[in-house]
Write a protein that binds this ligand. Sequence first.
Ligand code: FE2
Ligand code: FE2
Length: 288
Amino acid sequence: MVMSVLAEPTRPRTKVDPSLADFHARDVDFGLDASRITDWCGGDTWRTLYFNALSITFPVGERFFISSVAHFRNRITDPKQRAEVAAFVTQEAMHTREHVAYNEAIKTIADVDAMEAILNDHIENVVKKHLPPLGRLAVTCALEHFTAIMAKDTLENPPQLEGAVPEYARLWTWHALEECEHKAVAFDVFQTVTEGKKNWLRVRIMPLVTSNFIRRNAQFMYKLMKAQGHHRSPIAWAKLLWSIFGNPGPLRRIIPAYLKYYNPNFHPNQIDDSAVLERTKKLVDSWA
Ligand SMILES: [Fe+2]
Ligand SMILES: [Fe+2]
């Protein structure tokens, strides 16, 4: 059974018609000011640090998403789905490019290469070693759920980016919009190649992905706290944790949406983000 799912594609490639996709990539250059890397988010050290830690994970993470989905590209025959896979790959490639530039700014205060090495090591020596391509696609589905619900939260809660340096606010808004737009692509590829018969795998892999996601983000926040000289201050930690979980904080707000993933009948489109997407599209399209 597993072997049939993992069999090499036999169908011939057909041309992709990008106009069939419901979304497209926007090529935007943000030109971030590296001198504001520790306080770009409204002068708030803690909100800034939370977003910076996320940015560190994106280039390595999104390259992994692209390769996980692209592996099954030739198993997709539906022209619209093929177009959406192509748009997904282009969006994630552009996100990677912009977060590489963003992380250059973080390199002025912290060792980003060492943190990326931790992620690469995990992918090469844990994920790729223990999971076949379908398992990697399930990991991607889980992480795409995280990015989609965090992105929706960012767009729906303007205080998150309140007072931010405009270039940084634009980058996060653009990225959040496109994460919401392509939130179902990896999921639908998983459903297509498994014929909807392996939701148990999608659900079972989520706790593992969650624990690693929390672990890595906590680790990178610690490294940024240390780089900025805050790691020995209990007050600084209290402020960071309050910023993330208090009042109610982005990571507390996403818990109900996160839990929906465990329903075997879940689909990403069951989470309605249409209103905020329409508003944000108009804004972001004016920058592209
Ligand atoms: Fe992305
Ligand atoms: Fe994504």
